[in-house]
Write a protein that binds this ligand. Structure first.
Ligand code: SF4
Ligand code: SF4
Ligand code: SF4
Length: 273
């Protein structure tokens, strides 16, 4: 075998798995946001979910957007963006990292990991990733029409964090929707419907850090594509090296399964879409 051929033989690389780190992150976030409700997340007077941090607080980005749109000419409401600065900057840098590492609904759905699934969303042709932007736009418009953050009343994240036990009827059914949809496809709610994830993804459309594929090292085994819970890695990814910035939730499952050191985490090229 020539030296050039030897160089082309893919080399299996042993790397430290990041799964324990992800589990730890998700567990701590879940406990902080759900199980410690009395001192954790509160429904604040402005009507959106918020984490109090002394005299400061961190508010939900989509909740803030709805709050502003409920009365867009009220300049005082625009100041609420200060409290949404953390998720805003976080998403500009890291895209939907909240979805992969912190969201309690996402963590709950991950517990259904290997459940038997029947792709009923595909059969109903509802498995379109653009649906979630339509849902976000609809609730943004509804907020302006009704004068309050319309999605917050039925948001599963809020239901899990602040209102479990008190949800009834339609609210309870809608809050349970992500679990029902999980029986169709992994993270189906997050892929196709969640407006919170849609907004975080849209903000992170040009995110700075993320996952990319080194096409020189990739042997096209598709192990990463199979474990990706949001369909962020497609056939095109193996040609271009690009992983969808709007769909990737930074869970790093792909990094863990790639045996050829082809999955990279770092600064993304500026032209990447
Ligand atoms: S898409 Fe929505 S429900 Fe899913 S992890 Fe992100 S914020 Fe949570
Ligand atoms: S896991 Fe993905 S990136 Fe790694 S070699 Fe296989 S196809 Fe390529
Ligand atoms: S591309 Fe990798 S990091 Fe992004 S969602 Fe898929 S498996 Fe997770």
């Amino acid at each position: 075998m020539s030296a050039a051929e030897r160089r082309r033989v893919p080399r299996v690389v042993k790397r430290r798995k990041l799964k324990p780190l992800r589990y730890a992150f998700q567990a701590v976030s879940f406990v902080a946001l759900v199980l410690l409700v009395p001192i954790g997340v509160l429904a604040i007077p402005a009507g959106i979910c918020s984490i109090p941090l002394g005299s400061f607080r961190v508010d939900c980005l989509f909740g803030t957007a709805q709050r502003i749109l409920s009365s867009p000419l009220n300049v005082a409401l625009w100041l609420l963006l200060t409290f949404a600065a953390v998720p805003l900057l976080g998403s500009l840098l890291l895209g939907r990292f909240f979805c992969g590492l912190m969201c309690p609904v996402g963590t709950l759905l991950d517990l259904f990991g290997k459940v038997k699934r029947v792709n009923f969303l595909g059969k109903l042709r509802l498995n379109n990733k653009h649906n979630k932007y339509a849902v976000a736009a609809s609730f943004a418009a509804a907020s302006t029409l009704t004068g309050f953050p319309a999605f917050c009343t039925i948001c599963p994240i809020r239901g899990l964090c602040t209102a479990y036990g008190s949800l009834k009827g339609v609210e309870l059914a809608l809050a349970a929707a992500p679990v029902v949809l999980e029986f169709s496809e992994k993270r189906a709610w997050c892929r196709y419907f969640c407006p919170v994830g849609a907004v975080l993804g849209a903000v992170g459309f040009r995110k700075v850090f993320g996952v990319k594929i080194d096409t020189e090292k990739c042997i096209n085994c598709k192990a990463c594509m199979r474990v990706c819970p949001t369909g962020a890695i497609t056939e095109d990814s193996f040609k271009t090296g690009e992983v969808s910035r709007t769909e990737c939730i930074m869970c790093l499952r792909c990094y863990d399964v790639c045996m050829y050191d082809a999955l990279k985490v770092g600064v993304l090229p500026r032209a990447h879409g």
